[in-house]
Ligand binder design. Structure first.
Ligand code: URP
Ligand code: ZN
Ligand code: ZN
Length: 445
């Protein structure tokens, strides 16, 4: 089905232009003024008053993530649907092998789990240990399987976390083979000690979670990861940065010319740690790692986006239901960590970022799509509205108003950390590889 989009404003990360767009065979075939309608066979969308963005790319989601209290409650279908409703057409999820399992084997199993994915879906692969075969597996993944990025954890030492020596080996191997290492920065051993200590207190459970993961644990890990990456000459991407203290190390390394990218998430821009003072049933939704920080941290992260020190905003979408969260009602260490947000990312960043003058519209496209495409090897197929690119298109209604609620969201969860938040701006149409997935205003065909 060919689609002609008329009269919209195309917004890319570098500039905005008024032009029509012709989509054919899943690609953007033509961009121009007054593209002719003569003999056009297909659908015409009138985008007057709307913005046209490249499809959103969420570089950090965990669909169907196994945890001791069951899988995260969205799978690739339900989570993909929610993503599309929010204007995100591409997800980058994770391959997390069991220790002892080959990375290739784990990738194949994960691809099978994701085969019904509604979005385009790619993966970061996690080496969860250093073995004699790890380097050759990394090479094979890059050369034969198109994997670009390798996710490491400094936290979660008992399950997926790497110690510093193994992290360094992974960085050296990935650098040698031409990939990028992404890293969850929290000092794993120190956090385990704090968790044990706080488990012995009678502090309310969500507050114990907050206090057991202070911002220094993140910033010290960020500093260490940057130092190791510099020695290994490895491009580094730091996921879900939550604190101002971490930004200091990131900005310094970037200024010195090191390749260090930073990602934050809407929850670290818009929510703060006061949420942990609520009763368990309310506060449990916010038990995520790293935890929410202060309003000053929120502001520092917005500034870092505007200044170019933070390149991407992912969601770390990893929802758990109240029943799943309640497993830890008596022991905060048992609460599954994570929250959803894949559906709301674009609207939250548009309303609280663009409309509240924190970022420009072009920066919005940069952090929701273009930079992730560039960093993770998807550009220029994705991340840009240009002739020859994939026809992943969001036609954005800048005035549509909504209040976020579990009653109306598409995420498969009875909790929503953004419950009650006002948003303005939402997709009117979402097109993936030339197919319309979301949209009611098809004017002629
Ligand atoms: O709380 C979180 N973030 N859960 C998902 C796993 C991770 O650390 O990214
Ligand atoms: Zn993480
Ligand atoms: Zn994550």
């Amino acid at each position: 089905m060919n689609i002609l989009i008329k009269n919209g404003t195309i917004v890319n990360s570098d500039k905005s232009i008024e032009a029509d767009i012709l989509l054919a065979n899943g690609k953007i075939q033509n961009i121009g003024n007054d593209l002719s309608l003569n003999d056009f066979k297909g659908r015409i969308i009138d985008a007057t008053g709307f913005y046209i963005y490249p499809g959103g790319i969420d570089p950090h989601v965990h669909m169907h993530l196994p945890s001791p209290s069951g899988f995260s409650s969205d799978d690739f279908q339900t989570g993909g649907k929610a993503a599309l409703y929010g204007g995100t057409t591409t997800l980058i999820d994770f391959v997390t092998p069991n220790r002892g399992e080959s990375l290739i084997e784990a990738l194949n199993l994960r691809k099978d789990e994701a085969k019904n994915s509604l979005t385009d879906t790619f993966f970061h692969v996690s080496p969860v240990e250093w073995r004699s075969t790890t380097h050759s597996e990394i090479r094979e993944l890059i050369q034969k399987h198109g994997i670009q990025s390798f996710k490491t954890y400094m936290a979660y030492k008992n399950s997926v976390g790497l110690d510093d020596a193994d992290l360094f080996e992974v960085m050296k191997a990935v650098a040698h083979e031409g990939g990028v290492v992404t890293v969850h920065c929290e000092l794993g051993d120190e956090i385990e000690i704090l968790r044990e200590e706080f488990a012995k207190t009678d502090l309310p459970v969500p507050e114990a979670h907050l206090l057991s993961r202070p911002p220094e644990m993140e910033s010290e890990a960020v500093k260490k990861a940057i130092d190791l990456a510099r020695k290994a000459n490895c491009p580094l991407y730091i996921v879900h940065v939550s604190s101002a203290q971490s930004l200091v190390h990131i900005a310094k390394a970037q200024k010195e010319g090191q390749i260090v990218y930073a990602e934050t998430c809407p929850q670290y821009l818009l929510l703060d740690q006061s949420k942990y003072s609520c009763p368990f049933d309310e506060a449990a939704a916010f038990v995520i790692s790293p935890p929410l920080r202060t309003k000053e941290d929120n502001d520092a992260l917005w500034k870092a986006i505007a200044d170019g020190n933070v390149q991407t905003v992912g969601t770390d979408h990893c929802p758990f239901t109240l029943v799943q969260k309640s497993v830890g009602k008596e022991d905060f260490r048992k609460i599954p960590n994570g929250a959803g947000g894949v559906e709301h990312r674009m609207s939250l960043l548009y309303y609280y970022g663009v409309l509240q003058n924190r970022i420009s519209l072009n920066k919005f496209v940069d952090i929701t799509s273009t930079n992730a495409a560039k960093i993770f090897g998807l550009f220029p197929k994705k991340g840009i509205i240009a002739e020859g690119a994939d026809a992943d298109i969001v036609i954005w209604n800048p005035t549509k108003e909504n209040i976020i609620s579990v009653e109306t969201h598409h995420q498969n969860c009875d909790l929503d950390i953004y419950e009650g938040l006002e948003i303005v701006g939402a997709p009117e149409f979402v097109i993936l590889n030339g197919n319309i997935f979301v949209g009611e205003r098809i004017l002629s065909s």
